[in-house]
Design a protein around this ligand. Structure first.
Ligand SMILES: [Zn+2]
Ligand SMILES: [Zn+2]
Length: 340
């Protein structure tokens, strides 16, 4: 099969992903499915992995590898013991590719926190390819009404957005700032609006402020120096009840912390150092990471029932390097999706 293979880490401008012909993965476990990939979203995590930013976290664990963890596709073959899913059905695959199913986290439905979790495109080859396998327990069916390229972003951006909004303790009339409105952020705007919140989209570029408005943000504010930003925020909105950060910048994390009123909540959807956290303000700082299989099913259902706008553009698989470079320099409106 064709795949975009990462053999050596390097800046995306050096086009480190190479188009290669590799073996189609084989069904190993008796409840495995072989999936013909229809679409795979391009997530900022892949950029970090490819450029070596996350080497210190052991990502990617080995080379060569195939990145990509936001996948939709069609079942073309099933193992002898599959019970729930059939050939011809379409499913989605999130970064959570499998877990031990017996630890303290798996036992309480938090399998995404499992220490033995298998991560799509990290502990095994990912979705920048034509085929992938997965056990049916970790595949999420996609309704017929959803096209595969439309649904793909739900499987990382969508679930990340959903969990981050839940972590922000949403309630009717409360305000939330979404700091960083791209692939994940624009879906957070929609989840937060469903909770009845007043949503303020915050971004550096006009194209992302426009995306926030397009999906229903009540107000948008452009990033600026902290003092100027807080002045504008207080004038237009007052300090916020909560903030969610998707912009990978320590400065923006600091800005978000200071944009929230005392006792408020800041949710971090990015890896960042925490600068100047003032304990006397009784704020809550919370991390968030994708979600469980139940969360994934909820995300697909909510997106379908509410006719979510998933702003995306599709590109051929071979253009992965270029698309990741566009993502790096903020030239992608919301989500890019690769089709093999
Ligand atoms: Zn992702
Ligand atoms: Zn486990």
């Amino acid at each position: 099969m064709r795949a975009m293979v990462l053999e050596k880490l390097g800046p995306i401008e050096s086009k480190p992903l190479k188009l290669r012909d590799i073996e189609v993965p084989q069904i190993k476990k008796s409840n495995d499915l072989l999936i013909k990939i229809d679409a795979c979203g391009v997530c900022r995590s892949q950029l970090h992995g490819i450029e070596g930013d996350w080497k210190k976290y052991g990502i990617p664990p080995a080379l060569p590898t195939v990145p990509g963890h936001e996948i939709t596709g069609t079942i073309v073959k099933t193992g002898p013991n599959t019970k729930k899913l059939k050939v011809g059905q379409r499913i989605g695959i999130s970064p959570l590719h499998g877990s031990c199913m017996s630890c303290q986290y798996c036992n309480v439905g938090k399998e995404h926190l499992c220490d033995q979790a298998e991560i799509t495109g990290e502990t095994m080859l990912g979705g920048y390819a034509e085929y992938i396998t997965i056990t049916e327990d970790f595949a999420t069916p996609i309704p017929d009404s959803m096209k595969s390229d439309y649904a793909a972003p739900l499987f990382c951006a969508g679930i990340t957005a959903y969990k981050a909004v839940k972590a922000a303790e949403p309630a009717k009339g409360k305000s939330v700032g979404i700091f960083g409105v791209g692939g994940v952020g624009h879906l957070s705007v929609e989840f937060a609006k469903l909770e009845g919140m007043r949503v303020i989209g915050v971004a550096r570029n006009k194209i992302h402020l426009d995306v926030a408005k397009k999906v229903g943000a009540d107000n948008t504010l452009q990033f600026s120096e902290q003092e100027e930003f807080l002045f504008k925020l207080k004038k237009e909105e007052g300090l916020l009840d909560s903030a969610i950060v998707f912009a990978p910048s320590e400065k923006i994390v600091d800005l978000a912390i200071n944009s929230v009123k005392k006792g408020g909540t800041i949710v971090l959807g990015v890896l960042a150092n925490i600068p100047n956290f003032d304990i006397f303000t009784e704020k809550t700082l919370r991390g968030t990471l994708i979600g469980s299989r139940t969360d994934m099913v909820d995300v697909v259902r909510i997106a379908e029932q509410n006719d979510f706008k998933i702003i995306h553009k599709t590109f051929p698989l071979e253009q992965a390097n270029q698309i990741l470079e566009d993502l790096k320099f903020s030239r992608i409106e919301a989500r890019a999706v690769l089709t093999p």
